[in-house]
Design a protein around this ligand. Sequence first.
Ligand SMILES: Cc1cc2nc3c(=O)[nH]c(=O)nc-3n(C[C@H](O)[C@H](O)[C@H](O)COP(=O)(O)OP(=O)(O)OC[C@H]3O[C@@H](n4cnc5c(N)ncnc54)[C@H](O)[C@@H]3O)c2cc1C
Length: 637
Amino acid sequence: MPLDSQSPTGPIETRWDRHRFSLKLVNPSNKRKHKIVVVGTGLAGGSAAASLAELGYNVHCFCFQDSPRRAHSIAAQGGINAAKNYHNDGDSVFRLFYDTVKGGDFRARESNVYRLAELSLNIIDQCVAQGVPFAREYSGYLDNRSFGGAQVSRTFYARGQTGQQLLLGAYQALERQIGAGQVQMFPRTEMLDLIVVDGRARGIVTRNLMTGRIASHLADTVVLATGGYGNVYYLSTNAKGSNATAIWRAHKRGALFANPCFTQIHPTCIPVSGEYQSKLTLMSESLRNDGRVWVPLTKGDTRAPGQIPEAERDYFLERKYPSFGNLVPRDVASRNAKQVCDEGRGVGPSGLAVYLDFRDAIQRLGKAVIEERYGNLFDMYERIAGEDPYNAPMRIYPAIHYTMGGLWVDYNLMSTIPGLYVIGEANFSDHGANRLGASALMQGLADGYFVLPNTINDYLASTKLDPVDATHAVVRDAEAGVAAIAKRLLDVKGTRSVDSYHRELGKLMWENCGMSRNARGLRYALLRIPELREQYWRDVRVLGTGEELNQSLEKAGRVADFLELAELMCLDALERNESCGGHFREEFQTPEGEAQRDDEHYSYTAAWEFRGAGNRPEMHKEPLAFEYVHPSQRSYK
Ligand SMILES: Cc1cc2nc3c(=O)[nH]c(=O)nc-3n(C[C@H](O)[C@H](O)[C@H](O)COP(=O)(O)OP(=O)(O)OC[C@H]3O[C@@H](n4cnc5c(N)ncnc54)[C@H](O)[C@@H]3O)c2cc1C
């Protein structure tokens, strides 16, 4: 299958402008004749649904939560990047572009990344106009802080609640359109299949989570903004409900899945405390602005942190990476934390933690300043860990946080199924093999507020769509398929809970396709996952019925999909014989233990095609060319 990225050529600074001009427009009075389904109300879906409705399209918008404003985006803490250069510290659109291409370890499309950096400016203006309460300096200018992988201050924030405040902005814009009748909102409604007629996406099949009613919703185009799949690992920083079902089922209908093995591990999470834990909590990266990461110099040192003198501490990030210090990118910080713990220098009861210490910052700036910057994060830590981080260092350990893989999209954000657009974390994104902090919010909002509202017109203006109604055989088959999956899950009546399978899958993935991978572990996982999946369909126990609110059934469908996606992730990881960003293959490292890329053989996006249950998926390659940021060994030293 030829993968045409539709990426413009010519000078990179004018690519988006020239491309936009080349796209067809829909006459304002014709827009109301088109219906668009948007699945998801996070920052990507919420901003897209509001913007498309503002343009005059009829939008039907879906989420599985009780309110659009409960989307997982609300959890984002630290901030959003933009190249405003308010600090006059050398930032520019080009520098943000450069940092993002380099941060992604040269596995992203240059044209997309440049557009993202350009649009970062518009995002801040849009959000300020909406009233998003970004932190401000005394002078009244918006304040910034630094995130990993950057030497400039370009992260805009609203205390530790940036996602919540940005989502409230998008939600208000969405509510305005719901009030105006331009958006019809379907909360507590889960998309369970994509309707593809004559090769084009024409709607979705949903289940009403309160009544169990299965229905189809037909449209001229479908937009998926359904978030990431980090919960394949069971324990992650994602909201418990985040899942892969929408994109996975679209994949099975023909949308290629790109770079599934590219997952991001976040270095600063509260460590796992026991077998029965079901969720991990992030401590925002912003804390690395002022917190210093360290472990005891010697193995097995069990003294309380306050008892360990300065000379017996190893500030390992500052020691190894003097230029970036504690602000190295997430993959580098995570791997180094794992390494010192593997050496036996980890702290806390499990030995799987490092310190994040604010002692020096409090001495330098005073407690009040630290409280002003991170107060809510410190409170959250104290509530979960039972220790006061103003007096003792936090204990942190890496955890799964974000997925750079997702459905393959071209420059217009259209998947390989014509008429199916994918935005936000659900697509394979502009981040390459590693997402720098504060760039997911930027991408979600760029996609939803600015890219999609420009590119979707071209498809609608240039495509003749025949009417499709609910009696169409394809629609009926899709509905019947969804009902059959629910019935099959309920009929198993086995002995093990859905969660127990999910936990087992998560452990298998973390150990074999997690922070570091090797061929032996991946081959083992590729044997084990199909066995686990077979056992699941034979022995899972799903209580209740399909005609009621049944969270056990909801989870069962999502875990069934994770059990398939996990296999593709391992296959992708095994095929990529190099280390890049979040994909660290132990066999491929430099003598200093850094990721060793193989640009000659792996400078491509791997896009996988579903070839039917039980068949090996087929990999297609989109070659990546770097005209502006030339691939080099990433160095943060
Ligand atoms: C704890 C935490 C902190 C973070 N902090 C930051 C940060 O500071 N800065 C940053 O840039 N990034 C941050 N991120 C990453 C960022 O929050 C996410 O990548 C981003 O919010 C994803 O937005 P989204 O709109 O793509 O998806 P989500 O916000 O995940 O929204 C998904 C939407 O899709 C809906 N949905 C999903 N499946 C279905 C279905 N089958 N049927 C119907 N509806 C469905 C859901 O109901 C929801 O409305 C953080 C992530 C975590 C976990």
